[in-house]
Design a protein around this ligand. Structure first.
Ligand code: SAM
Ligand code: SF4
Length: 329
């Protein structure tokens, strides 16, 4: 799959559910309405779709959500997709999770062929964690991270940088990740979906964060590429990577190699655009993959050059109307 701008599409992110057991303030409104279960693709359908993308050249598959580990029987899907890692068709099968259920799943994930996971954690303070996630229990995530280490999973922590919320903790996070042997990536808030409250107050440019961190830490530019949009540095003092995902201040579209699939079979060709293609109808239309293949090729031919995220300060409107939990970030 090569898009109109010559970019090979080798990375598929799949949101296996839009549901979540948390309600992070930057991601969801407290009273989120979720999709009716009947609209969801079955696990078998998700497997067939993902496997078709693997046949078409996808080398990296990331499961996300919503919270992927709240989808019932999700291990059936993960175990099945693991066959592509074992056969060498996939370089990597991985997962982004909030970690609340990781204590139960870490061993099974490793057995399925997953080697690395991303765990989202914005604070190490119990009370603040509860406030950011609206009701989450930090100790569950910490137990999950312990289980991940025991299972031999490599962990990268994702931290959304928020002004006046967690910006006094970044040094502590770097230190803690160093102690735990975790990489760390800071993410700028992206204006996606209606949430309760404003975005402009939360938004903190990572250029400022990086400059401040540079006063305490030696952050050396690192050529490591995860296949994602993060720019990495190596922290000389901890020996771990510290990455920065800056969709608002740095346009990373020129090297974009990814598309995103929702749990209803909608393919988004760009995180920052609303254009999408329905793959559920062609998937269900026939047992043969012909209609599906032509729908995928047609969609890839529409992949846009880039996104135009911006925070609409005057109207306080999101740049993209769907929530991050639909496409999983
Ligand atoms: N529930 C899982 C989790 O939290 O890791 C997976 C889905 S979550 C939508 C994926 C990532 O998107 C998380 O790291 C989360 O912090 C991030 N995220 C959610 N909404 C965001 C927003 N508006 N701006 C930036 N990052 C966001
Ligand atoms: Fe759930 Fe992840 Fe969104 Fe938080 S960021 S509400 S954990 S989907």
């Amino acid at each position: 799959m090569i898009d109109p701008f010559g970019r090979p599409i080798t990375y598929l992110r799949v949101s296996v559910t839009d549901r979540c057991d948390l309600r992070c303030v930057y991601c969801m409104a407290e009273d989120m309405e979720f999709l009716p279960k009947r609209d969801l693709l079955s696990l078998e359908e998700l497997d067939r779709l993902c496997s078709t993308f693997v046949d078409l050249g996808v080398r990296k598959l990331r499961l996300t959500g919503g919270e992927p580990l709240v989808r019932r029987n999700v291990m059936t899907l993960i175990n099945s997709l693991g066959r592509h890692v074992k056969s060498g068709a996939l370089d990597e099968l991985t997962l982004t999770t909030n970690g609340t259920r990781l204590a139960d799943f870490a061993g099974q994930l490793a057995d399925a062929g997953i080697q690395r996971i991303n765990v989202s954690l914005d604070t190490l303070d119990k009370e603040k964690f509860r406030t950011i996630t609206r009701w989450g229990d930090l100790s569950k995530v910490i137990a999950g991270l312990e289980a991940a280490k025991t299972a031999g999973l490599k962990v990268k922590i994702n931290t959304v940088a928020m002004r006046d919320v967690n910006d006094n903790e970044f040094n502590r996070m770097i230190e803690w990740c160093g102690d735990q042997d975790f990489d760390l990536t800071f993410i700028e808030t992206m204006p996606m979906g209606d949430i309760d409250g404003g975005r402009t107050e939360q938004y903190l440019p990572l250029s400022i964060v990086r400059a401040n961190l540079g006063q305490k830490w030696t952050l050396e530019d690192d050529c490591y590429q995860s296949g994602g949009p993060a720019r990495y540095t190596l922290c000389r003092e901890t020996g771990k990577r510290v990455g920065f995902i800056t969709p608002m201040t740095h346009n990373f579209c020129e090297s974009c190699n990814r598309v995103r699939l929702t749990c209803t079979g909608t393919l988004y060709m760009c995180l920052g655009q609303d254009d999408a293609a329905d793959l559920r109808a062609p998937l269900r239309q026939s047992e043969s993959n012909e209609p599906l293949l032509s729908a995928i090729h047609e969609a890839i031919s529409r992949k846009p050059k880039g996104h135009d995220f911006f925070i609409d300060r005057r109207h306080n409107r999101p740049a993209v109307t769907r929530h991050m939990s639909v496409t999983g970030g």
